[in-house]
Design a protein around this ligand. Structure first.
Ligand SMILES: Cc1cc2nc3c(=O)[nH]c(=O)nc-3n(C[C@H](O)[C@H](O)[C@H](O)COP(=O)(O)OP(=O)(O)OC[C@H]3O[C@@H](n4cnc5c(N)ncnc54)[C@H](O)[C@@H]3O)c2cc1C
Length: 472
């Protein structure tokens, strides 16, 4: 039996990769969909789960396992290569029996063990994948679509707030339910939202609509400028100022009894702190190659070690720089560490290993894109590249982000297409409606790589056609 193609990640990129493979190949596919309760549409976390419009069970039911695929609610812990040319095979071993002998050289035998399972990867596996449950799976190819984990806050007094469940990130089902439960107990709660990326901005808007009193805190004087450009970010800041209490150019330095202390010496009374400091890629172990330890360092000092995704964590206690990066933007800093990919989404230093979605990092001036539609497009593209590399399809060509994204903030529609590439410059296309384009020389000539608009509707869609050379 052929070795399977394995897709790790049950979110936007992973599912799109599996769907594309299903339509293009009859090779066996294993989908490691992550923890079962988290294989959901993540965009529902704030808009539907936190607000109570959709239950977690419903969110899971909306994305059932795909027919024709071996779906496992398990994680990819680490990846290793089976040496080329050796007579080495990889067996799938049962949970709990993983050992160094899981990769068996020469013999073609599965490792010893009472219940060793039949080996789907026997004979043609080039990759040995260690699963979170403890088994090892052989694979002919791998698409890593493991998404990201939220950055957290590390300030004096945090532990007390964690114990009282009065602080949370906003990324997982658990986060959404924690926030919802706390707010159900308090009418007109005082909520401090730290970070004004798209998740922080949406949270401030949704919580205000729900009757809570929001204070929005951002380290930057013009929050969101790094991802949205100064013009749109400036307009958005004004919109926030008209809708919630804002504190720009400052950040939370300590949490005390009922109060968050800010770096400018002021204090904000709060029943709940929502930490929306952006997210960093969740990188299974062994994937990063050809990089110095500095390249691998994360802003919070954590490692890309493939530990199981911390969707169920009940706090916001891992360190964070306290910034407010936008959901889908930001580039050029350690915060953008991820699995480095080439223009076809092949993972650097590997054969037949690709990465897609929030975990993938494009170079040479690194950037990641963290929007839903773009993650789906990357997943589909990675699937096509992998099939091509396995001799089972055409080269899909280079990937460029041009997908749409949107966010509703205090009743206004912020939307865009594409991604402002590193080094791109912004140009105002129209003041009313506000429409801005970003021009990049990345493809050798000046081309529009992104357009962003505020309540720009059709004008935005029309102008998005100028995004080249991969315009929608
Ligand atoms: C609160 C919130 C609201 C958002 N709203 C919007 C929006 O309105 N519009 C928009 O465009 N974008 C939005 N985004 C961003 C969007 O959700 C992400 O860009 C998108 O989900 C990224 O897709 P992904 O597949 O890379 O990661 P995800 O969709 O996060 O999927 C990653 C999956 O991998 C699983 N996983 C993690 N580790 C492993 C492992 N080791 N092995 C196997 N599986 C693993 C996870 O459990 C998860 O199922 C929002 C994000 C958040 C947090």
């Amino acid at each position: 039996m052929d070795s399977p193609i394995v897709v790790a990640g049950g979110g936007a990129a992973g599912r799109a990769a599996v769907q594309t493979l299903l339509t293009l190949t009859d090779q066996p596919i294993v989908h490691l969909a992550g923890p079962s309760g988290e294989a959901i549409d993540r965009t529902l976390v704030d808009k539907a789960l936190m607000t109570g419009r959709v239950s977690p069970d419903r969110a899971v039911a909306m994305r059932p396992p795909l027919d024709g695929v071996d779906t496992r609610f398990d994680t990819l812990a680490s990846v290793a290569e089976v040496p080329a040319g050796s007579d080495t095979t990889v067996a799938e071993v049962p949970v709990g029996s993983i050992s160094d002998a899981a990769v068996v050289a020469g013999t073609g035998e599965a490792p010893a063990g009472p219940d060793t399972a039949a080996c789907p990867g026997r004979g043609s596996s080039r990759l040995a994948l260690t699963l979170g449950s403890g088994g090892v799976l052989g694979a002919a190819g791998l698409i890593v679509a493991t998404g990201s984990t939220p950055r957290r806050l590390d300030v004096p007094g945090l532990e007390e707030w964690v114990r009282a469940e009065r602080i949370s990130t906003l990324h997982s089902v658990t986060d959404a339910l924690r926030i919802r439960e706390l707010l159900e107990e308090v009418d007109g709660a005082r909520v401090l939202v730290s970070g004004t990326g798209l998740v922080g901005a949406e949270a401030a808007s949704l919580l205000t609509e729900a009757g809570h009193h929001v204070t929005l805190v951002a380290r930057s004087a013009v929050p969101g400028a790094a991802g949205l450009g100064a013009t749109i970010a400036g307009r958005l800041a004004t919109i926030h100022e008209g809708a919630v209490e804002t504190r720009w150019g400052t950040w939370v330095v300590a949490l005390r009894e009922g109060v968050a202390a800010l770096s400018d010496g002021s204090e904000v009374e709060a029943d709940l702190v929502v930490v929306a400091h952006g997210a960093e890629p969740h990188i299974p172990g062994g994937l990063l190659r050809d990089e110095t330890p500095d390249d691998r360092a994360r802003p919070d000092g954590s490692r890309g070690d493939g530990s199981s995704p911390d969707e169920g964590r009940s706090d916001a206690s891992r360190p964070s720089r306290g910034g407010g990066s936008a959901r889908g933007a930001g580039h050029g800093s350690a915060a953008d560490a991820g699995v480095p990919v080439d223009d076809r989404l092949r993972s650097a230093g590997w054969e037949n290993v690709l990465a897609a979605g929030a975990v993938a990092r494009f170079g040479p001036q690194p950037y990641r894109v963290d929007h839903w539609d773009d993650a789906e497009a990357q997943g589909a593209h990675a699937a096509r590249t992998l099939l091509h590399d396995l001799g089972d399809g055409d080269d899909p060509g280079p990937y460029r982000p041009w997908s749409p994204w949107s966010a509703r903030i205090h009743g206004r529609q912020l939307a865009g297409f594409g991604h402002p590439l590193p080094g791109s410059t912004e140009r105002i296309v129209s003041e009313d409606p506000l429409l801005v384009e970003f021009i990049s020389a990345a493809d050798g000539a000046d081309t529009v790589c992104a357009v962003v608009g505020l309540d720009a509707g059709r004008a935005l869609r029309d102008h998005a056609r100028t995004i080249g050379p991969h315009a929608p």
